[in-house]
Write a protein that binds this ligand. Sequence first.
Ligand code: SAM
Length: 211
Amino acid sequence: MRSAADFNRLYLERRDPWGTDRATRRDRGLAKVIPPHVEGKTVLELGCGEGHLTATIFSKASWVTGVDISAVAILRASERRLPNATFVDQDFMGMSFEGRDVIAALECIYYLSLEEREAFFRKLAKEHRGTFIMSAPIIGGKYFTHEELLETFNRYGLGLINWRNVYAYRRPGVGGLAASVAARVPLVRDAVVALWPERFMCHRAYVVRCG
Ligand SMILES: C[S@@+](CC[C@H](N)C(=O)[O-])C[C@H]1O[C@@H](n2cnc3c(N)ncnc32)[C@H](O)[C@@H]1O
């Protein structure tokens, strides 16, 4: 796991280090899968960063507790003064997962080591009764593959409700060029992202039932 100091350094180097405020393609993809599962619900948003998704994708939740290991990110998230959210700087592995309708972990679990990921899913299965939503690059390596994730959900007795491709990754080469061109045409873009072969995929979101 990367430390609070590692993440604080990234956030101090520049605001919005991953460009999430400008990631409109990602927002559009996430908006197609997440809001129906969070409207009117209490949400624990793990790795919330500066609160971009709290303010957009989770805006219809009844209450969001955003948690991030970086105090710098949490200060900036708090400055948004969202009416339905509070923010806490803490390592999410050290906090209780009990008592929320939804736990969301968008683009943050892959910072955990393989052993820590196992501990994360064990803790989730033990403590959470409700919906779990995650998104991540599905490109293997230090990230995930679709099969690995399905096997992990299965092993911890978590029931897959649905999954969706969020957007196609623009890799170099012919596939990347095609994705790049297709991404500029709204109707084609959605069809391409839905059918894109896994080796070109970047982000996929999963909705899972726990307990
Ligand atoms: C790539 S950013 C994603 C931010 C946000 N979820 C999004 O998708 O826009 C990853 C965030 O996870 C946070 N993070 C990583 N490991 C964490 C941990 N163990 N506990 C709390 N936050 C963590 C980092 O500080 C960082 O803000």
